[in-house]
Design a binder for this molecule. Structure first.
Ligand code: ADP
Ligand code: MG
Length: 272
């Protein structure tokens, strides 16, 4: 059984768009997967049913959540054919619960995780259908109050051109304090603006000095992007990675987890 209780095409009496859907984007190595895994388990501990979608075609969020390597390797990519095309966009043929039960795994704290896609062959072609599936899952999970769906994206901005994130309530750009990382977020911010999302926030990660914070504030102040969290550099994050232990289990009371917990507060408060 999964902790999610989500029906495809929920009835008209369901509160509209009330689940919290979060996508994390940004340059490779910025910390999207680390923050996705930690944030989702913290939200699950607060009682939210949480579904994590690994949107990276080289998936690794399951292991970061604490799923064993063997179990994570056994998570299949979501198959093609889960959606039907409608005039108002792709829609799931089956309830999200059934998709998660068939194709997902359960991580610590009851977090469910599914893999968006993983090319099985070298010249398999594009992943358009996978983007449509994720978009349809997000459209549905938004209808279930208290649920949280978190999409850990890959570095490519392709998801913006495909509108994969059009249904998210909060798009987070994870950045490191150096120009190319900041500039990646700025460019993605221009694309994201066309999706007219409620919240497009920056999460500044790997901060080592007050100068890092100043530089980030100045850059995003000039580009009208709100910095919602400041996450410090932590040697423990790398140590946890080396050991293959989730950060939340490795150093639950450290400053990195505390900053991510603050981000969880802000996301939940902003959702109302
Ligand atoms: N706050 C941090 N302090 C130190 N290292 C970090 C921090 N956040 C992430 N890392 C490290 O950065 C690397 C990339 O992180 P990852 O979450 O895989 O990034 P992404 O998913 O954006 O590619 C990993 O080795 C991770 O341990
Ligand atoms: Mg990643």
């Amino acid at each position: 059984m999964t902790t999610l209780d989500i029906e495809a095409g929920a009835s008209a009496t369901a509160p509209p768009e009330s689940g919290l859907r979060i996508a994390l984007a940004g340059k490779g190595g910025a910390g999207k997967t680390t923050i996705s895994a930690t944030l989702s388990r913290l939200l699950a501990r607060r009682g939210h049913p949480v579904l994590v979608i690994d949107g990276d075609s080289n998936p690794n969020v399951a292991v970061a959540l604490g799923v064993s390597q063997a179990d994570a390797a056994a998570i299949p990519p979501l198959p093609l054919g889960l959606v039907s095309r409608r005039l108002d966009g792709p829609a799931l043929k089956d309830p999200v619960t059934s998709i998660v039960e068939r194709f997902g795994a359960t991580a610590p704290d009851g977090v469910s995780v599914v893999h968006m896609a993983m090319p099985a062959h070298a010249d398999e072609g594009c992943l358009c259908s996978s983007h449509a599936t994720v978009s349809a899952i997000l459209a549905d999970t938004g209808r279930t109050r208290e649920s949280v769906t978190l999409l850990d994206l890959e570095a490519s901005p392709e998801n913006f051109s495909r509108g994969t994130t059009r249904h998210v309530d909060a798009l987070l750009f994870v950045v490191e304090p150096y120009y190319r990382s900041l500039e990646t977020a700025r460019r993605m911010g221009v694309l994201a603006a066309e999706l007219e999302l409620d919240r497009v926030w920056v999460v500044a990660n790997k901060l080592r000095s007050p100068g890092d914070i100043e530089a980030i504030d100045e850059f995003f102040g000039n580009h009208n992007l709100h910095v919602a969290a400041y996450v410090p550099w932590g040697d423990s994050v790398l140590d946890a990675d080396k050991e293959g232990t989730p950060l939340l289990d490795f150093e639950p009371d450290g400053p990195v987890v505390a900053a991510i917990a603050g981000l969880a507060d802000r996301l939940v408060d902003a959702q109302g």
